[in-house]
Design a protein around this ligand. Structure first.
Ligand code: PLP
Length: 424
């Protein structure tokens, strides 16, 4: 939210940089990230979980410069595809701390994971069998199983992932059998257990039950001789997108006091010393980034519409999850709130709405609207729909400004298209 950022003579600043200078230099739409916010969030997480491993959930924001920051901070990574694995390795994330997740991995992805020497979280028995078919005698791979703990969380249904009916993981009652099947294979070693109950979780109480259920399973696995060295409770810690969220939001400290005692007590009881793994994505990067978008037109129609140059091609969260993002006028931060506007994008769809009925100062053509908290699932979910080039990304740290992704060109849009000779 906006309290992370300063205002000077009416303009929004990020780090020590005037956002108006950034739009002059890089144009709009523009994603801008404050590196210091990310490093602060990492620090908070590490302090709350001093003896756990943090595997950053790459999908939240997989710009390689962001992953470089994670690598510098000695974080691991949760990757969900061959492309995410590729970039995580390129960024220098320690392969010992990479977990290849996913509910539908191809044999090629599994083989890439084996070759890279990363750990794999298996989502089904079929995946175990595929792995056994492609692994050679010289290879060895460490695996987790993802368990579906059947836990409901209070978040948007599209991002609840631990419900009984969810597509992710193996149901609790079948998980022991899945582990037993690994015993047939000498070079597939079960070393961990994985779960992830959802995203944007503000009420963290479901983590307690999740931890308890996982520890029950770990106890049973020890009895059949499966030694669990990694217990991965996933990500999902939410961030406040508005003042309502702010009252409910929890921090890593709260999460730690809720689950660490259960983890430690139960490990002692069972007689094991595994590492705890957490996979925060949104918490680490969500509030670090703003989206700057130019007003092309203001129209007094059925409602007062502000038409900006970023739509759901650039930020899909409002359209996809009914997500709320705080907005302001970046070149008029001190202006008195005067009117109610609906902020819409340039996409040829009536669902292309970024914010509805927002109170703002009088907005004019040429103004720059800032959308806050877009660091997670912002650029990473963008598309080229409507033939639109994806925007640039800039990284700011105090006085430093660096372009970390160029705005796409027309060749990025048509470059992979092929015209068959008969159409030439
Ligand atoms: C998406 C995801 C995360 C991160 O979720 P956040 O809500 O961004 O913290 C962690 N682990 C897995 C397996 C995921 O799919």
């Amino acid at each position: 939210m906006r309290q992370n950022f300063k205002v000077k003579s009416g303009n929004l600043f990020i780090g020590n940089i005037d956002t108006m200078d950034l739009v002059d230099r890089f144009d709009t739409p523009l994603y801008v990230t404050d590196e210091r916010i990310i490093r602060d969030k990492i620090e908070k997480f590490k302090r709350s979980f001093p003896s756990a491993d943090i595997f950053y959930a790459t999908k939240a924001n997989w710009n390689i410069s962001i992953l470089k920051i994670m690598a510098q901070e000695n974080l691991g990574a949760d990757v969900f595809s061959d492309g995410e694995l590729y970039i995580a390795l390129l960024a220098g994330i320690n392969r010992e701390k990479i977990l290849f997740n996913g509910n539908s991995k191809t044999p090629e992805e599994l083989s890439m994971a084996i070759k890279a020497g990363v750990k794999i979280s298996l989502d089904s028995e079929d995946e175990l069998f595929t792995l056994s078919e492609i692994i050679t005698d010289d290879d060895k791979v460490e695996v987790f199983f993802r368990v579906n703990p059947g836990i409901s969380v209070n978040t948007h249904p599209k991002i609840a992932t631990g419900l009984k009916k969810s597509k992710f993981g193996i149901p609790t009652e079948k998980i022991i059998d899945a582990y037993k099947k690994t015993l047939e294979f000498d070079n597939i070693i079960p070393v961990g257990i994985h779960s992830h109950i959802g995203s944007q979780i503000l009420d963290i109480s479901p983590y307690k039950e999740t931890m308890e259920r996982i520890m029950d399973i770990v106890g049973k696995l020890e009895k059949i001789g499966i030694d669990i060295r990694f217990i991965d409770i996933g990500g999902g810690l939410g961030i406040p997108y508005n003042t309502e969220d702010e009252k409910k939001a929890s921090n890593p400290e709260d999460l730690s006091s809720l689950i660490t005692p259960i983890f430690e007590d139960r490990c002692k009881e069972i007689g094991i010393k595994p590492r705890l793994i957490l996979e925060p994505g949104r918490y680490l990067v969500g509030d670090s980034t703003i989206l700057l978008t130019r007003v092309n037109a203001v129209k007094d129609a059925y409602k007062k519409f502000i038409a900006v140059d970023a739509g759901f091609n650039v930020l899909i969260r409002p359209a996809m999850y009914d997500a709320y993002h705080e907005m302001a006028v970046a070149n008029n931060m001190d202006g008195k709130v005067k009117d109610k506007y609906t902020i819409v994008g340039p996409i040829c769809e009536s669902g292309d709405i970024l914010g509805e009925d927002r109170w703002l100062p009088i907005v004019k053509k040429g103004d720059v609207i800032v959308i806050f908290d877009v660091g997670a699932y912002g650029f990473s979910m963008s598309s080229q729909y409507n033939g639109r080039r994806r925007p640039a990304e800039v990284l700011v740290n105090e006085d430093k400004i660096d372009l970390i992704r160029s705005r796409e060109t027309y060749s990025d849009i048509y470059g992979n298209m092929v015209i068959p000779p008969r159409l030439l």
